[in-house]
Design a protein around this ligand. Structure first.
Ligand code: UD1
Length: 478
């Protein structure tokens, strides 16, 4: 039976703190911080004041294990709200965003167990997490948690589908544009929900349960597709989602939902058909490899003129990015074990790209590609069509000596002979890693501030780069 009524429980800060990471991931401004004494650590800590020091000029050589995809792990974890049975997720990356979502899910009543280390376990493989939402004890997702990570807004659809009501704070997340949620709300309304905005919260109710319908998105949205897909698995009758996002992470979630007993077809296409079922069961699912992390290390290898094997990478999820790299003169070889990226001293050619929904060039790799193009032999144009404010890395790249002119949604990047190390500030998740890439090629030391942005989405970044010969280390406030 579906759980129609939910017990309301006030947020208990103590219970939230029990699952808090040892150090907080609270967003604070760096303004006014004095330079604290720094000590060097082998392990990253994720602490707010951490910085990353990069001594550029080392050629990357070696191999890097690609982690599970953050953008798949988060919705997969949220899918646990749809069932009273246990969902086992493997290869979950160790990230601040994952920890934050665990706190949010626990607040709804999800029991969780992270498998301990096994003898001879490969450290580079992610964690295995068991999630059991036997009963949902609270259908409210509070501002304090949701405002820190946009994807947590996606609990709305599953909570509504399972409990017939949900109250979720309007989201926050990376500051890369206005990022509205109108498409999420439209989709849930199409499924029969009544939605009101009250005091910064979306309050959704469907006392008689959701019912299948035709949802036509006027614009492609990854998050709205996730929300509609998850909600419709428990809706009565058939739902058709048209102009659905086709990102591999959506297919990964759809496949996991089917393992849980959902009836989703059209996976991988822009039209998803879902036959609603009365209830879902448990499943055991491996998170797919992170294509954005793959692309990031591919750019890092390319900018240093190195030769790196990206183990476990899925070339079939990166066609647009690999085409761009090839056009830039980078050698790309795919085999069963992953992707080998090399540029052994070859010239770097300028390229022109625009970001697009999958299978187009991903907006999440735009900043990294721009970092690479700062060293190309000529002028590249990079047009951002997904988010209107996603050029915050430009002024930081300029601090390293990059020559970039912005004209509306387009950046003109004139390659320079060399970049010079400097102090730079991370502004969002992907922008911060573009500064690491540029720092790897810059002469002298680059110090990246606000590393907490990086910790949201890149697992053991320093260790992975160090293993390929990069001089990268975390400076942590002591
Ligand atoms: C997801 C990814 C993010 C990626 C983005 C685009 C996760 C956790 N995050 O974010 O890394 O950069 O896809 O590939 O998977 N929009 C609306 N109304 C809405 C929703 C979105 O207008 O209701 C707009 C957005 O402002 C943006 C565009 O649609 O211009 C795409 O956003 P969307 O695909 O929804 O991004 P996210 O799901 O937030």
């Amino acid at each position: 039976m579906k759980q129609r009524r939910a017990l309301r429980k006030p947020i208990n800060d103590d219970s939230v703190e029990r699952v808090a990471p040892k150090r907080p991931y609270v967003l604070v401004t760096d303004a006014g911080h004095e330079n604290p004494p720094f000590k060097r650590l082998d392990q990253p800590t994720g602490f707010l004041m951490d910085r990353i020091s990069i001594r550029g000029g080392k050629i990357l050589n070696g191999s890097i294990q690609i982690s599970g995809a953050k953008n798949a792990a988060l919705p997969l974890m949220i899918a646990s709200l749809l069932t009273a049975k246990t969902l086992i997720l493997r290869n979950v990356p160790r990230l601040a965003d994952v920890n934050l979502l665990l706190r949010i899910l626990r607040n709804h009543g999800v029991d969780m167990m992270v498998e301990g280390k096994r003898a001879k376990q490969d450290e580079s493989v992610g964690e295995t997490i068991h999630l059991s939402a036997r009963s949902i004890v609270d259908t409210t997702a509070p501002y304090e948690l949701v405002s820190r990570m946009r994807a947590s807004f996606w609990v709305l659809g599953p909570l509504l589908a399972r409990c017939s009501e949900a109250k979720v704070s309007l989201p926050g997340g990376c500051a890369i544009g206005t990022r509205p949620v109108d498409l999420h709300l439209m989709a849930l309304e199409q499924l029969g929900a009544n939605i009101e905005i009250e005091g910064g919260y979306v309050v959704a109710r469907a006392p008689k349960g959701l019912r299948g319908n035709r949802i036509v998105f006027p614009k492609v949205s990854v998050g709205a597709t996730h929300n509609a897909l998850m909600a419709s698995t428990l809706a009565r009758g058939e739902t058709i989602i048209e102009n659905a996002a086709r990102e591999p992470e959506i297919s990964d979630v759809a496949e996991c939902l089917n393992k849980m007993g959902a009836r989703v077809s059209g996976i991988g296409s822009s039209t998803l058909q879902i036959q609603g079922v009365e209830e879902l069961g448990g499943a055991d699912h491996m998170v797919l490899a992170d294509r954005i992390e793959t692309g990031t290390y591919a750019m890092a290898a390319a900018i240093t003129g190195g030769d790196v094997l990206l183990k476990g990478a899925r070339a079939d999820h990166l066609d647009a990015m690999l085409l761009a790299l090839r056009q830039a003169g980078v050698k790309v070889e795919a085999d069963g074990s992953g992707l080998r990226i090399s540029r052994n001293g070859n010239r770097l050619y300028p390229i022109n790209i625009e970001t697009l929904p999958y299978p187009g060039f991903p907006t999440d790799l735009q900043a990294q590609l721009m970092a690479l193009m700062t060293m190309a032999d000529g002028v590249s144009t990079i047009r951002e069509t997904i988010f209107e404010n996603r050029f915050m890395h430009v002024q930081e790249l300029a601090r390293l000596g990059a020559d970039i002119a912005l004209a509306g949604d387009t950046a003109h990047v004139r390659g320079v002979d060399k970049l010079m190390g400097a102090q730079v500030m991370a502004t969002d998740l992907r922008a911060s890693v573009s500064l690491v890439i540029a720092g790897l090629a810059a002469e002298g030391e680059t110090v990246l501030h606000r590393v907490y942005h990086l910790d949201r989405g890149f697992e053991t970044l320093e260790a992975k780069l160090q293993a390929c010969g990069a001089s990268v280390e975390r400076l942590t406030a002591g």
